[in-house]
Design a protein around this ligand. Structure first.
Ligand SMILES: C[S@@+](CC[C@H](N)C(=O)[O-])C[C@H]1O[C@@H](n2cnc3c(N)ncnc32)[C@H](O)[C@@H]1O
Length: 362
């Protein structure tokens, strides 16, 4: 059975577990597995399942929350006890939060009772510092929006589960179709989801996930200096998404201001900045690397030819690590037709491609 933690919440450009499994099996090394762009934590979590030590980081709070919850979960009884306590406290909660320009969106997205419980959780969960609260937050992120006419496990009016749609678009669509938000008891959904997810036994090893920039990975994991033998990762894709716009409602749940402009320094769209970013990221990870390292990278982008992708990675690795870099296996390339990123950007059939590479560093 597929481990039930894997799919706790959807995310962009996630690895299939089999990809990670294949590369772990191909490695004869036995140190820590690291993913500096861990997304929802597939590489780290699968490593733990396979009995390897694992760690990772991501700059996106949604990713860090989901990956952290999976890789370092609480015990089920603690989770259920925390949910009961939260439920009791929520009864006396009155929010002063203002939804500002988005009040119409929120009033159509959630029924008032459900919205009050969501606001309470948003205010109460210490998801960055407490592993039980982080698991509650991750379960909430997976249930926050979805096809609620098909499943009783979503809090919102009809929405895709994968991405949070644009607020103005959502309001128009709900109004035109007369769709109303269902009344949902957040706590009973979270309790049911807890039992469902824990039907799979958590792995014996715990992994460490940090909410941090890959460029600062070595500062964040000083206890792992020189210990990483396998990197399995997928950096942000070129010319697709910043991994934030599609997740705005989940980022709001984790405490961000929903009306924040998207921060983007251009590195996802300019080849020059993207290359510099890759090099800085490898430099941030280098102090953590053991003498011999296997680096598996799935890299993607719109109109990104394989040779170019290979050269980006090879030169960034050489310049950042100053080590001998050898391509071991050029792996596969595939065309990605229906990425979530493409659907968000409303593009025509997509030229987004993914390439897999494996490098050996000495
Ligand atoms: C292609 S996704 C990785 C998905 C992952 N392989 C999975 O299975 O979920 C790339 C990730 O890089 C993250 N990212 C972008 N810039 C970053 C940075 N400077 N440091 C760390 N992570 C970053 C994005 O937030 C995104 O989660």
């Amino acid at each position: 059975m597929r481990h039930r933690f894997h799919s706790i919440c959807p995310y962009f450009a996630t690895f299939p577990e089999a990809f990670v499994e294949k590369h772990l099996a191909a490695s004869s090394l036995n140190g820590v597995v690291f993913d500096p762009f861990c997304g929802r934590g597939t590489a780290v979590f699968e490593s733990l399942i396979q009995g390897r030590r694992g760690a990772g980081c991501d700059i996106n709070p949604v990713a860090a929350c989901i990956a952290g919850a999976k890789c370092d979960p609480p015990a089920l009884p603690d989770l259920l006890e925390r949910l009961s306590l939260l439920e009791k406290e929520s009864i006396h909660y009155h929010s002063n939060a203002s939804a500002g320009n988005l009040s119409e969106f929120f009033s159509l997205c959630f029924a008032p009772e459900t919205y009050a419980q969501i606001l309470f959780l948003r205010d109460s969960l210490n998801w960055q510092t407490d592993r039980t609260d982080r698991f509650v937050a991750a379960l909430s992120l997976g249930a926050l929006h979805g096809e609620s006419h098909r499943s009783p496990n979503y809090f919102s009016n009809r929405m895709p589960r994968t991405i949070s749609t644009n607020p103005a678009y959502s309001v128009r669509w709900w109004r035109e179709n007369d769709y109303t938000a269902p009344v949902r008891d957040v706590f009973s959904i979270l309790r049911n989801m807890s039992h469902y997810r824990f039907a799979s036994e958590p792995p014996a090893f715990r992994g460490e996930i940090a909410l941090t920039d890959a460029r600062k990975a070595a500062e964040r994991f000083p206890h792992l200096l020189g210990q990483i033998t396998d990197v399995i990762t997928s950096p942000p894709y070129l010319n697709t998404t910043s991994y934030r716009e599609d997740q705005w409602l989940r980022l709001w749940f984790l405490g961000e201001d929903a009306e924040n402009p998207i921060r983007d320094d251009g590195r996802h769209h300019s080849v020059k900045k993207y290359r510099a970013f890759l090099e800085e990221s490898w430099a941030g990870v280098t102090p953590l690397l053991a003498d011999e390292v296997r680096i598996v990278v799935r890299i993607g982008g719109r109109k990104l030819p394989k040779e170019e992708a290979c050269e980006f990675l090879d030169s960034a690795l050489k310049r950042a690590t100053r080590r001998s870099v050898q391509i071991q296996d050029e792996g596969e390339s595939s065309l990605v037709r229906n990425t979530q990123a493409n659907s968000f950007l409303g593009s025509k059939p997509s030229p987004t491609v993914e390439h897999d590479f494996c490098f050996l560093l000495h």
